[in-house]
Design a protein. Structure first.
Ligand code: HEC
Length: 138
C-alpha cells in the first residue's frame, strides 16, 4: 500500500515537472513565432533576413555581443535607439538606429527572444517583465 502511494506520488511529480517544462518550451516557441513577425516588419529591412546586416551600413545581429550579451543594454537599444559608432567584425558602423519604443513590451520581448535564438545565436529568452522594468527606467 505505501509503495503504491509513493509510486503514485512519484508519477504525479514526474507529470507536473514534464508539463512545467512543456509550458516554458511552448512559451518560448510562441515568442519565437511572434518575434519573427515583429522582426520581418520592423528590423529585417536593415538587419536583413539572415541577420547579417549590410556591411558598413547596418550591423549584423548574428554573433554580436550586443545581441547575446546584456539583456538590459539590448532592450535599451530597441527602446531608445543607438547612435554610438560601433565596430563589429572589423567593420565600422556610424549610422544611427531610431528608437522603437512604439512597440509593446510583448513585441520587444518576442523580437529580442527571436534574434537571441536565430542566425546561429543561442541565448536566453527575454520576458515582458524585463522589458517593462527597463522601460520604466527611461
Ligand atoms: C533603419 C535601419 C534599422 C532598423 C529598422 C533597425 N535597426 Fe538595429 N541598428 C541599425 C544601425 C544603423 C545600428 C548601429 C547603430 C550605431 O552604430 O550606433 C543598429 C544596431 C542594432 C543593435 C546593436 C548592434 C548589433 O548589431 O548587435 C541591435 C541589437 C539592433 N540594432 C537590433 C534591432 C532590432 C531588434 C530592430 C527591430 C525592432 C532593429 N534593430 C531595427 C539599423 C536599424
Amino acid at each position: 500500500m505505501s509503495i503504491k502511494i509513493s509510486i503514485l506520488g512519484l508519477g504525479l511529480i514526474l507529470i507536473s515537472t514534464c508539463s512545467m517544462a512543456q509550458t516554458s518550451a511552448q512559451g518560448k516557441s510562441k515568442q519565437m513565432l511572434n518575434g519573427k513577425k515583429v522582426y520581418d516588419i520592423y528590423c529585417q529591412a536593415c538587419h536583413q533576413a539572415d541577420g547579417n546586416g549590410v556591411p558598413r551600413l547596418n550591423p549584423p545581429l548574428a554573433g554580436t555581443v550586443y545581441v547575446t550579451g546584456s539583456k538590459t543594454r539590448m532592450i535599451d537599444i530597441v527602446l531608445k535607439g543607438l547612435s554610438d559608432p560601433l565596430e563589429i567584425n572589423g567593420e565600422e558602423y556610424n549610422n544611427p538606429m531610431a528608437a522603437h519604443d512604439f512597440l509593446t513590451d510583448q513585441q520587444i520581448a518576442d523580437v529580442l527572444t527571436y534574434i537571441r535564438n536565430s542566425f546561429g545565436n543561442k541565448a536566453g529568452v527575454v520576458t515582458v517583465a524585463e522589458v517593462k522594468k527597463q522601460r520604466a527606467k527611461k
